[in-house]
Ligand binder design. Structure first.
Ligand SMILES: Cc1ncc(COP(=O)(O)O)c(C=O)c1O
Length: 421
């Protein structure tokens, strides 16, 4: 079935969408294996795969040339930035920087701050619950003249206490680096509140949106954040990452690129070497899929309302699934849920737990043997796992679902866990 035929089996807002229609877009979901490792990376809709294939076949030349294929290649990357602006709701507030991974983009950004040390404003705050990608590069600034402070998690409620953050913030704070959602805990932080608190003391906020972006519509302008970074390969796209930065924040930094790339050239001063062109082509395959979810027809322009409707549909698909799994786990005496027990919109379907007697590894390998794709470990939230008193190597069992998962798949996981727990 091609994209046009799939699209004709149209989904409609505001009701939920038939999972079979959704899954037809994803060739990889034909497998009989239950895929619940989505926080590791999502699957690709056929429209994304087709764009990548098409680019490799017909447009695979370097950017900036004036011959027609060269112009098409350049246009593809420019268009991908436009799609990202709409996805992230950047509007006219800032620019899109493309990179290989969130880890690489955060490290690049921290390095820019290392070179721009201001002795009067030399403190950074990192979040204990963060993924190492947006923690380690800031912690390493301690070797470059910065004072590093850690915002600790309350291990009983799995929340990051705002009163503790209030104490850490001061007129010396340069950067507050936080996750929007912890990739272990699954709870959604109120990022507008954190941005406001950072701005009140004149600091910048750098948000790791990797664990949020696959589930809800991003809104960088609405949240008023300075930087927002996420990995496209976890949001139905190719293996790349995207960083939004406000014009003001980006202009003030010196980028790492070659000396002849001028400092006015944003985003290029932050993009060392080329970006993944074929990945950019893949990003152009996202609007048709989001349009399908939003119930719009082929002629409808890709805009914010499409993004918002598509992600609302995703949320509606996910909520009953995550609710079912959390309620099941809460009913098990020997299980400790790692993350809030809340089943509503305040969290996403990235669900972690430990068992009091069995190792996470034992549980996961047994589930894997039955064709259920979940995994265990610290998931690079090593500091968080340690702070929670876990052995980071064994870590947690994590099942992470997306809107394309089905109730039957959650039932298969539950049946499998039932035998094990
Ligand atoms: C919350 C979170 N932040 C950052 C990352 C790192 O992303 P990347 O692999 O693009 O460096 C991950 C990857 O799992 C993640 O889950």
């Amino acid at each position: 079935m091609n994209e046009k035929e799939i699209r004709n089996t149209k989904a409609r807002m505001p009701d939920t969408v038939d999972p079979d229609q959704i899954r037809r877009w994803f060739p990889a979901l034909k497998s009989t294996e239950v895929f619940l490792d989505n926080a590791g990376g999502s699957q690709l809709p056929i429209s994304v795969i087709d764009q990548i294939r098409e680019y490799y076949a017909n447009t695979y030349v370097q950017l900036g040339a004036d011959y027609p294929t060269g112009r098409r290649a350049t246009h593809t990357v420019e268009q991908a930035r436009e799609v990202q602006k709409i996805l992230m709701n950047a509007g006219e507030t800032g620019q899109i920087i493309l990179g290989p991974s969130t880890s690489a983009l955060c490290a690049m950004l921290a390095d820019c701050y290392a070179r721009a040390l201001d002795p009067n404003r030399n403190e950074v705050i990192v979040c204990e619950a963060g993924h190492e990608a947006n923690v380690g590069p800031w912690v390493r600034l301690a070797d470059r003249g910065y004072v590093v402070k850690t915002w600790r998690l309350d291990p009983n409620t799995f929340t990051n206490p705002l009163d503790e953050l209030e104490i850490l913030l001061s007129a010396k704070t340069r950067v507050l680096a936080v996750p929007h959602v912890s990739n272990l805990l699954g709870a959604i932080e109120d990022i507008s509140v954190l941005a406001q608190m950072a701005h009140q003391v004149g600091a910048r906020i750098v948000v790791d949106g990797v664990a949020y972006a696959p589930h809800r519509a991003m809104d960088v302008a609405g949240w008023d954040v300075d930087y927002y970074v996420y990995s496209s390969y976890k949001v139905y796209g190719p293996h790349m990452a995207v960083m939004f930065g406000t014009h003001q924040a980006l202009a003030a930094l010196e980028g790492p690129n070659h000396f002849f790339i001028h400092q006015e050239e944003v985003p290029h001063k932050f993009e060392l070497g080329g970006v993944l062109h074929e990945g950019c082509a893949g990003i152009l395959g996202l609007p048709p899929y989001l349009g399908f979810l939003a119930g719009s027809d082929e002629e409808t322009r890709f805009d914010r309302s499409v993004v918002e409707r598509a992600f609302e549909v995703m949320t509606r698909c996910e909520l009953p699934l995550q609710g079912k799994l959390i309620e099941y786990l809460q009913g098990k005496d020997q299980v400790r849920l790692i993350g809030p027990g809340d089943t509503g919109r305040s969290r996403v379907g990235t669900i972690s737990f430990v068992h009091r007697r069995k190792s996470s590894k034992e549980i996961v390998l047994a589930a894997n043997a039955q064709g259920v794709g979940i995994r265990y470990g610290h998931f690079y939230a090593h500091r968080l796992a340690t702070a929670l008193g876990l052995d980071p190597e064994d870590g947690v069992v994590r099942a992470s679902l997306l809107h394309y998962n089905t109730e039957a798949e959650i039932d298969r996981l539950i049946n499998c866990l039932d035998q094990l727990l």
